[in-house]
Ligand binder design. Structure first.
Ligand code: NOJ
Length: 764
């Protein structure tokens, strides 16, 4: 007994020692870092400190290196803290050499880029990635993107974008993870960990969460537009993903373009200091968005000089492109509108990020010119991209099991996106190899090999006129326009399709119909494509729509009239192969929507976690004096969490371990899921709760958990979720994060509209 006691004491002593040592080591490291940065700061002139806050555009940099122009001169004179969106290790290394060999204090550069969904190997657009509901997978895409980007000189990515949005008119929904704060937060965390992981490693990079904050709530879905929302909604629905990313250790954050409470985010002290620093304890640095500081002049809050002061006073540390800090800080200091201390603090934060990246120890840590050839766009990465793409597809309709296709069938591939590679990676794919991407037609042919039984016709262009098309095809993501008369194209398409057993129509949006500055007021697929589908429909053959889109679309006619719809978003570089493998059933679709698809634009904003109102509608159709529309039912076309499979999953036996949950308890919810169809497959099981009565009107349901499970055909599994009190909390109007005693509904199901329900009580 005594021996045992001694042993316990000994272990406790050792354990304490280890803890103390590691804490001592961390604080030791922190001291070394602080000393290094403070010493450096002492050596810096005011101009050099201001220079660190400058993130200029590097458009002319290639010629600049040679001509000693623009950016290069600025780097030499210590006027640049970082550069961005410059691609190519040689050029980046050359600029880093300028900073290290030709600037007085040899301070290395941050090298940023919009590595949003892959580097050269393109992954599905973020909205597509989110449809996998697979956090490990998403984290791995960020890891791989970081590995490729870092091999090419990049040490900082402007990702993840975590803006919650419930308005598909806003084109930037393509860059985010949809409408739900819980799922959005989990994905935000996964991505930050994927990019940053262990920053001491040369294959991990600094992440920049964006756009802080509430950018996804731009009025009317119009990009860059104003935002106005209650604090209650802000804290409960829009802020959680930013907070999750910061808690996961994101090293930087980007101020949004919009205003909040009539103050531009870039000059919003409440946002960037009170909330971000004081409440959330953020330790990294804040960068403005592209010309965000000078844009405050347009917002109407002051001139350039005042905008600079507002931004620095609010908490912006780095000025992207605006050069307002560079040009005005000295004057602002002389006029006592800002203090040198503020410049010191901002400068220290940027130096600190460079220190954490290991750039002071080795400024060429990300400039190993041997890595790029070996580590970028590798076979392994491309294969992984294909696996991810397959998991992002969402099967929206599959009448008479027209999918999966049989190899014996003759397939007609038709549509503007059938034979186009450069649009496959989608929006914001700055570094992606567009021309090496795989089109649908190419993927199908490669997949089927010698057995290929494919016929092809263009059918129609993306949109009717070349003039209109220009708007949708910037950045080289063009289409080869077919100049033939439309009737000739239809004739050819119907003639070719009539020889086939099944028609695959590859259509929808072009890559640049969503993304930044791509808001749309009408969300149908372009009219000419719809007309083409109508012509094909007259043939009476099964039609499968392979839908490319960066946002929820209005698909009422398509849903009524086509046999199958598979939403492939923009799948990345391996698009065509991934699509072929799913169409032929090598992979059974498992993706689920993370944004609600409306029936028409008038329903927007439409989202699953809405309030009940005092006059809820009890059926799908119009009732006088209830909250609904006269001319369309209140339901969405496809609800949040929706996605079909080639097989069928049956839910039963929802049970709770107890009827009541106390503050310290854990409630176990169990449910049985059976794969009673004819294919093996993944199912994403979703858990929702509903606070039946509380002091602030609750949403009708809120996602609280999910699990991706694999079931062989015929197999069934009982799975469990743990419910604890913190999952039931919300922010009240004094912004206390609380839960209230009372009755809750618990729901588990295959999508937000199809759930099994039970009840429990929360007892404080
Ligand atoms: C503007 C966009 O809003 C932002 O997301 C992006 O990171 C920057 N431009 C830099 O390209």
């Amino acid at each position: 007994m005594i021996k045992m006691f001694r042993l316990i004491i000994l272990y406790a002593f050792l354990f304490l020692n280890i803890i103390c040592y590691s804490q001592f080591k961390t604080s030791d490291n922190q001291n070394t870092k602080d000393k290094f940065i403070n010493d450096l700061l002492l050596k810096m002139t005011l101009e050099e400190k201001i220079g660190q806050l400058n993130l200029p555009v590097t458009g002319d940099v290639v010629s600049g290196i040679k001509q000693n122009s623009g950016v290069v001169k600025k780097i030499m004179s210590g006027q640049v803290g970082g550069i961005f969106n410059l691609k190519g290790i040689q050029q980046i290394r050359a600029l880093q050499e300028v900073a290290i060999e030709k600037s007085r204090l040899k301070i290395p550069l941050l090298v940023g880029m919009d590595v949003i969904h892959g580097y050269e190997t393109g992954f599905p657009i973020p909205l597509g990635l989110s449809a996998t509901w697979d956090l490990e997978l998403i984290k791995s895409t960020a890891e791989m993107a970081a590995a490729e980007a870092s091999a090419d000189g990049i040490n900082w990515t402007f990702s993840p974008m975590v803006d919650i949005s419930r308005d598909p008119r806003w084109g930037r929904v393509a860059e985010g993870s949809g409408e739900d704060p819980y799922l959005g937060s989990e994905i935000a965390k996964a991505m930050v960990l994927g990019y940053q992981g262990d920053l001491s490693q040369p294959n991990q990079i600094l992440s920049c969460v964006k756009h802080f904050a509430l950018y996804g709530a731009s009025e009317a879905g119009r990009d860059y537009n104003t935002v106005d929302m209650s604090k209650q909604r802000m804290y409960n629905e829009y802020l959680p993903p930013y907070k999750a990313a910061i808690d996961a250790g994101a090293g930087s954050i980007m101020a949004a373009f919009n205003d909040i409470d009539a103050v531009p985010a870039t000059g919003n002290k409440w946002l960037l200091t009170d909330l971000l620093r004081n409440q959330w304890n953020f330790k990294g640095f804040v960068v403005s968005d592209y010309t965000g500081i000078p844009e405050m002049v347009n917002h109407g809050v002051g001139d350039l000089e005042l905008s600079g002061a507002l931004a620095l006073n609010a908490g912006v540390d780095m000025d992207m492109v605006g050069e307002v800090f560079l040009n005005y800080c000295q004057k602002l200091l002389a006029d006592k509108k800002i203090t040198e201390d503020q410049i010191n603090i901002a400068c220290k934060r940027i130096l600190s990020a460079k220190y954490d990246l290991g750039l002071f120890q080795n400024p060429y840590k990300y400039c190993d010119t041997n890595r790029a050839k070996k580590e970028i766009f590798t076979k392994e990465h491309r294969n992984f991209s294909k696996q991810v793409a397959k998991q992002s597809f969402v099967l929206l309709k599959n009448k008479n099991k027209v999918l999966p296709l049989k190899k014996s069938q003759t397939v007609a591939i038709i549509g503007p996106l059938a034979n186009n590679a450069v649009n496959m990676p989608g929006t914001w794919s700055v570094a992606v190899k567009h021309d090496k991407s795989i089109s649908v037609a190419q993927g199908m042919a490669e997949y089927l090999g010698n057995n290929a039984n494919i016929v092809y016709a263009h059918g129609c262009n993306l949109v009717e006129t070349a003039e209109e098309e220009k708007r949708y095809t910037p950045f080289g993501k063009t289409f080869t326009r077919d100049e033939r008369d439309q009737h000739d194209m239809w004739e050819e398409a119907t003639q070719i399709a009539s020889t086939a057993d099944v028609i695959i129509f590859a259509g929808g949006e072009s890559a640049e119909m969503s993304g930044e500055a791509s808001s749309r007021s009408q969300l149908s697929i372009p009219k000419i494509q719809l007309e083409t589908l109508k012509k094909l429909k007259t043939l009476g053959k099964p039609i499968v729509l392979v839908l490319f889109t960066g946002r929820p679309l209005v698909l009422d006619w398509e849903y009524e009239n086509l046999d199958a719809i598979i939403n492939v978003w923009f799948p990345g570089t391996e698009a065509g192969l991934a699509i072929a493998e799913v169409l032929y059933g090598d992979y059974n679709p498992s993706g689920k929507l993370t944004m609600t698809f409306p029936k028409n634009e008038g329903q927007i904003p439409i989202y699953y976690a809405h309030k009940n109102t005092g006059r809820p509608l009890s059926g799908p159709w119009f009732q006088k004096f209830q909250s609904n529309y006269l001319d369309v039912d209140n339901n969405p076309l496809f609800p949040f969490g929706f996605g079909l499979s080639y097989t069928n999953f049956e839910y039963s036996n929802l049970k709770l371990s107890a009827p009541t949950l106390s503050l310290k308890d854990t409630l176990i919810a169990t449910v049985t899921i059976e794969n009673n169809g004819h294919h093996d497959g993944y199912e994403i099981v979703q858990l929702y709760t509903h606070d039946i009565t509380r002091s602030l009107t609750p949403p009708i349901k809120e996602l609280k958990g999910f699990l991706k499970i694999f079931l062989k055909k015929g197999q069934s599994k009982t799975i469990e979720f743990k419910i604890v009190e913190p999952m039931l909390r919300f922010y009240d109007n004094d912004l206390n994060y609380i839960s209230e005693s009372g009755d809750f509904e618990l729901m588990i199901g295959t999508n937000s509209n199809k759930v099994l329900k039970t009840n429990f009580k929360l007892q404080h």
